[in-house]
Design a protein around this ligand. Structure first.
Ligand code: G4P
Length: 555
């Protein structure tokens, strides 16, 4: 006879039932989203490649550089990047490791694109800092650390290139501690360096992993000897081993005990030593990302309803989908004039075909495709949860900082725009291309490649930047993507402040006083242009009720 149906125990039914009533906690708990930060040449690309390789995301080493090369080929303006050997754009990679989903966000190394990096840092829950053991903490890293510190982002530290003649590990720890303003807790400790680099001691397992150079070896192939076998280690590594034990003891004595909560609060950093190019010490970092780094955190939404701020904490495991656009990139494929909005999922679950709303415009977002970033490939996304990054391909209607939801009214804040520190005037060589220029500038402004200001009094558009290279990129892109030949000319402005007032009459009095100094940016926010820092001070003294903002958060 037929089996009696037992619906309550039917796994498919039970899954469907659970999906509708239970939170997505089990999915969000296994996610890790981090940015990798470093000074150029410290070994970020190499480490990224190895993390992908050893998580099982890709089969062959060299794929990351291959990916870089093919991206160059598909996008003209990336030639600037190629010429200068710097990374202009940031990219996203996803890997699976130990039943976890790890999202890695690369950051541009050049300081002129630091704004882009700051915005990437708003989309992650932790950061991996790579430093060159010979150079310690370098200028570029310092700025990135500042941003992490502001947001209390937990930082994992990887000291790279131990196979070279480098600085003493105690010195390095001391410097990291001073630069980060937080104590270091060594997790591994090097035995020797350069020619005498013997390996690393894992403080938790109390065993030494023996170094061998070469990039063929898998991490699990390295020989491991327990510290209890001290005689064997001494016989093999001689005085280097005893020196390492001694300095390790000093380091451990000088650092606080490991405190996971303190790490999560951005108050201490675990430190790992290794050599990325030799696959050495890399697995320890990958494990730390899974074991130590946080899963997606709650985010705050600040919506203004009837002029009243309404604050709401959005939990990652909540059912309704929400996310924030932290990067917009145009024309990644030169054959398609569309844009990708990179969205960091903040809550809920994304599935294809879902109806989505852009909070700012209350309009429906109709993407032509939605992709996820599997190491070097882009794939159609099947589902995404908090912590994941998905890319919406659109023909417009999205800006940096936009909040996207499945209908709920939310507005995440915290995506920073910094007041430009240099300005140029755009002069179009062929006036018949005015419309294309306007379109190009609007789109480049929405991407955050540059800030575009339209003077209220009329005249040429102004470009505002934080780094000089941004101008070059924009000039190049206007030509190659919009067929607009432009000349960039110096202008008198050296800064800007975004302007707000408590009442419309107060604002009117101010704009009437400085009609030639007022401009609107790409988000249509009012700004005051200045020619020197004194300008701001004088204007401020004259109009004490006006608020001058050096930083604009998307709202
Ligand atoms: P970046 O992305 O931070 O700019 O650095 P990248 O990984 O490109 O590494 C910069 C250089 O440092 C590369 O050498 C790389 O091979 C080397 N490197 C990375 N990790 C280690 C390490 O652990 N030990 C040593 N000795 N070198 C390391 P390059 O000559 O600039 O490039 P390549 O042609 O060798 O790839």
């Amino acid at each position: 006879g037929a089996q009696p149906q037992r619906p309550y125990f039917d796994p498919a039914l039970r899954r469907a039932f659970t999906r509708n009533t239970v939170s997505y906690a089990s999915e969000t708990r296994r996610r890790r989203t981090f940015a990798i930060i470093s000074h150029p040449d410290a070994g970020k690309t190499t480490l990224t490649e190895k993390l992908l390789l050893f998580s099982g995301a890709i089969q062959i080493a060299g794929a990351v550089k291959g990916r870089k090369a093919s991206r160059h080929a598909t996008s003209d303006w990336m030639e600037i990047e190629k010429q200068r050997g710097i990374s202009v754009a940031s990219s996203v990679m996803q890997m699976a490791y130990r039943d976890h989903v790890v999202n890695l966000l690369d950051t541009p190394g050049h300081k002129d694109f630091s704004e882009d990096t700051y915005r990437v840092l708003t989309a992650v829950d932790s950061a991996l800092m790579v430093i060159d053991a010979a150079n310690g903490v370098e200028s570029q890293t310092r700025r990135l650390i500042e941003v992490c510190r502001q947001r209390d982002t937990p930082i994992i530290t990887f000291v790279n290139k131990m196979d070279r003649e480098v600085r003493e590990p105690l010195d390095i720890l001391d410097e990291v501690e001073r630069e980060l303003g937080m104590p270091c807790v060594p997790m591994t400790w090097p035995v020797g360096q350069g020619k005498s680099f013997g390996g690393i001691i894992n403080l938790r397992t109390q065993a030494m992993t023996v170094f061998e150079s070469g990039s063929e070896r898998r991490p699990q192939d390295f020989e491991t000897i327990p510290l209890s076998d001290a005689d064997a280690l001494r016989a093999r590594f001689g005085p280097t081993f005893d020196e390492a034990l001694e300095s390790m003891e000093l380091a451990v004595g000088a650092s606080p005990a490991w405190d996971h909560e303190a790490f999560l609060a951005g108050k201490q950093t675990p430190v790992f030593f290794g050599s990325g190019v030799n696959n050495f010490g890399v697995m320890e970092v990958l494990d730390a990302l899974v074991d130590l780094a946080p899963s997606p955190r709650p985010r705050t939404s600040n919506l203004v309803v009837n002029r009243q701020p309404v604050e709401k904490t959005v939990m990652p495991e909540e059912q309704s989908f929400s996310g924030v656009v932290f990067k917009v990139q145009a024309n990644m494929d030169a054959n398609h004039r569309d844009r990708i909005a990179f969205v960091r999922v903040a809550s809920g679950r994304y599935t294809p075909g879902m109806k989505l709303k852009v909070q700012r415009t209350a309009k429906e977002l109709r993407p032509t495709s939605v992709v996820t970033f599997m190491s070097q490939r882009r794939e159609a996304v099947e589902e995404a949860y908090a912590g994941d990054i998905i890319g919406f391909t659109t023909h417009g209607g999205v800006q940096l900082g936009d909040t996207i939801t499945d209908g709920a009214s939310l507005q995440f804040t915290g995506l920073p725009f910094f007041a430009p520190e240099m300005f140029m005037t755009v002069v179009l060589k062929n006036p018949l291309r005015t419309k294309q220029l306007q379109q190009g500038l609007a789109q480049l402004g929405e991407e955050g490649a540059i800030q575009v200001f339209k003077p209220d009094a009329g005249g040429n558009m102004l470009l505002g930047a934080v780094g000089q290279l941004q101008f070059e990129v924009v000039q190049h892109r206007l030509k190659s993507e919009y067929d607009c030949d432009v000349r960039l000319e110096n202008c008198q402005y050296t800064g800007a402040r975004w302007i707000t007032a408590d009442t419309p009459p107060e604002l009117r009095a101010f704009t009437d006083a400085y009609p030639m100094r007022m401009a609107h940016d790409a988000a249509d926010t009012l700004a005051y242009l200045c020619t020197s820092p004194y300008d701001v001070r004088l204007a401020q003294e004259r109009f004490p009720k006006i608020h001058f903002h050096p930083l604009r958060e998307h709202a």
